[in-house]
Design a protein. Structure first.
Length: 439
C-alpha cells in the first residue's frame, strides 16, 4: 500500500508512536546529564567534586560507545523483520534500563559495585539509543512520505528537544519543591522511575501499529536484504561517511546544550542550579520550534542550503555565544543558549531527512543506524566529557566553544566534499524518487 492510500488517522497514530519513543529515550539521557552534580558523589565518591562530575560524564560517554552495537543490531532487525519490531524493542530496553537506575543502590550500600552496575545499565541504554534515533526517523519519513519529508524527519530531533525539556523540567521542579538535601537523598530517583510507565505507553503504541509502506512493499516483492550492513558498506560508503561525520557534529552540538550546559552553568559560570535548569528548559523549548521550522524550510528550498547555512553560522558564533553565556547575567545565559539551540536544530532537521534519503529502503535502517551511531557514539557522545576535561585542564571557559567550532569545521569540509541535494520535485513527492546510488 502506498503512502497516499493510508488514512489520515492511521498516519497520525504512526507519527505519534514514532516520536514518543524518541521522547522517552532522550528524557532519560538529559535527566542523567542534568543530575550529574548530584549523581557524582553518590556513585563516584571522592574528595573532589570536579573528579566526581568527570566520572559521571565518563559514564555518559561509555554509554555512547555502545550505540554502534545498537545501530547494528536494531538496524539489521529493522531491515529484515520490520521497522515496527525494531522500534518496539528499543523503547522497551530503554525504559527498563532507566527504571533500573531509579532503584539502584548507591556507593554507600554497594561500594564500588554501585558504579559498576551504573556503567552496565548505561551501556544497555546506549544500545537502545543506537537503534532509536535513525529508526524513528526512517519510520516517520517512510510512513509520512509526500513533500514534507524534512518536516516529518524534524520530529525526531524535535522529540529529543521536548524529551530533554521535560527531563530538565522534572529536575527543576524537584529542586524547587524538595530542596537540595532531599534531591541528594532520594529525589534524584523520581525522574528515572517515571521512564518506566512512559516506556510502556510507547511500547504499547508501537506494537499496535502496522509497518511502513516501504517495508511492506519490500516484503511483497520478496526483496528483503539478508545482510543489509554488508551491502551498505559495499555500495553506500560515501553516504555513510558523511552521516558518520555529521552525526559526530550533531551529537557534539546537541549534547553541549542538553547534557553539559547545566553542569557548565553551575560549575564553571557559577549560576544557581534552579536558574541553570530554568534557562536551559526555555532554550530547549525555543530550539524545538526552530527545529521544526528548519524542517519546513528544507522542504521548500532544499536540505543542503539550510544545513550549510546553520552549520557555518554556528561555527562562527560558537565562541561569542559562550562568551555571552559566561557573563553570568540572566539575559546573556538565556539568549546564548537559545541561539545555540536554534542553530543546532536548524542543522539537525535537514540532516535527519538526509539519513533516510541517502539510502534505499532495503538497507535504510541499517546503513543509517550504523553510520549515525558510530559518529554520535565514538565522537559526538564524548563531547560533555571532552568539554568538562578541557575546562578543567586549561582553565578556560571558552574551551568547549573552540572544540565545537573545530567539529563544525570538519563537518563543513565533509559536506562540501560529499553532500548532494536530495530534495527532488516529483508529482507525488515519492521517497523513492530522491534515491540515487551512492558509491
Amino acid at each position: 500500500m502506498s503512502v497516499k492510500h493510508i488514512s489520515a488517522a492511521t498516519r497520525r497514530r504512526a507519527l505519534v508512536a514514532g516520536t514518543v519513543g524518541n521522547f522517552v529515550e532522550w528524557f532519560d539521557f538529559v535527566v542523567y546529564g542534568a543530575l550529574a552534580v548530584v549523581l557524582g558523589p553518590l556513585f563516584f565518591p571522592s574528595g573532589s567534586p570536579t573528579a566526581a562530575t568527570l566520572s559521571v560524564f565518563a559514564t555518559f560517554a561509555v554509554a555512547f560507545l555502545f550505540r554502534p552495537l545498537g545501530g547494528y543490531v536494531f538496524g539489521v532487525i529493522g531491515d529484515r523483520l520490520g521497522r515496527r519490531v525494531a522500534l518496539s524493542g528499543t523503547v522497551l530496553l530503554m525504559s527498563g534500563s532507566t527504571m533500573a537506575i531509579g532503584i539502584l543502590p548507591t556507593a554507600d550500600a554497594l561500594g564500588v559495585w554501585a558504579a559498576v552496575l551504573l556503567v552496565a545499565i548505561r551501556c544497555l541504554q546506549g544500545v537502545a539509543v543506537g537503534g532509536e534515533w535513525s529508526g524513528s526517523t526512517v519510520y516517520l519519513v517512510e510512513f509520512g512520505g509526500g513533500r514534507n519529508r524534512s518536516l516529518l524527519a524534524s520530529l525526531t530531533p524535535a522529540g529529543a528537544w521536548v524529551g530533554a525539556m521535560a527531563g530538565v523540567g522534572i529536575v527543576a521542579a524537584l529542586s524547587a519543591t524538595l530542596g537540595p538535601d532531599a534531591v541528594q537523598s532520594w529525589g534524584w530517583r523520581v525522574p528515572f522511575l517515571l521512564a518506566g510507565p512512559l516506556g510502556l505507553v510507547g511500547f504499547y503504541m508501537r506494537r499496535r501499529l502496522r509497518d511502513t509502506p516501504a517495508f511492506e512493499a519490500l516484503k511483497l516483492a520478496d526483496n528483503i536484504e539478508r545482510q543489509p550492513v554488508r551491502r551498505a558498506f559495499r555500495t553506500h560508503k560515501t553516504a555513510m561517511l558523511f552521516i558518520f561525520v555529521g552525526a559526530a557534529m550533531g551529537a557534539a552540538a546537541g549534547y553541549m546544550l542538553i547534557a553539559y550546559m547545566v553542569s557548565y552553568l553551575t560549575g564553571t559560570v557559577g549560576v544557581p542550579l534552579g536558574t541553570a535548569l530554568l534557562t536551559n528548559m526555555i532554550a530547549l523549548g525555543v530550539s524545538t520550534i526552530g527545529t521544526i521550522g528548519s524542517g519546513y524550510l528544507a522542504d521548500r528550498i532544499g536540505r543542503k542550503p539550510v544545513f550549510l547555512s546553520a552549520l557555518i553560522l554556528l561555527m562562527v558564533l560558537a565562541v561569542p555565544l559562550f562568551l555571552l553565556i559566561g557573563t553570568g547575567g540572566l539575559a546573556g545565559i538565556l539568549v546564548g543558549q537559545c541561539v545555540l539551540g536554534i542553530l543546532t536544530g536548524a542543522m539537525l532537521a535537514p540532516f535527519a531527512v538526509l539519513c533516510v534519503e541517502l539510502f534505499p529502503a532495503e538497507v535504510r535502517y541499517a546503513a543509517s543506524g550504523v553510520s549515525y551511531s558510530l559518529g554520535a557514539g565514538l565522537l559526538g557522545g564524548i563531547s560533555p566529557l571532552v568539554a568538562a576535561t578541557l575546562v578543567a585542564t586549561t582553565g578556560s571557559p571558552l574551551a568547549p566553544a573552540v572544540y565545537l567550532s573545530l567539529m563544525l569545521f570538519i563537518t563543513l569540509l565533509a559536506a562540501l566534499a560529499f553532500l548532494r541535494e536530495t530534495l527532488v520535485s516529483t508529482p507525488d513527492g515519492a521517497l523513492e524518487a530522491a534515491e540515487a546510488p551512492s558509491a
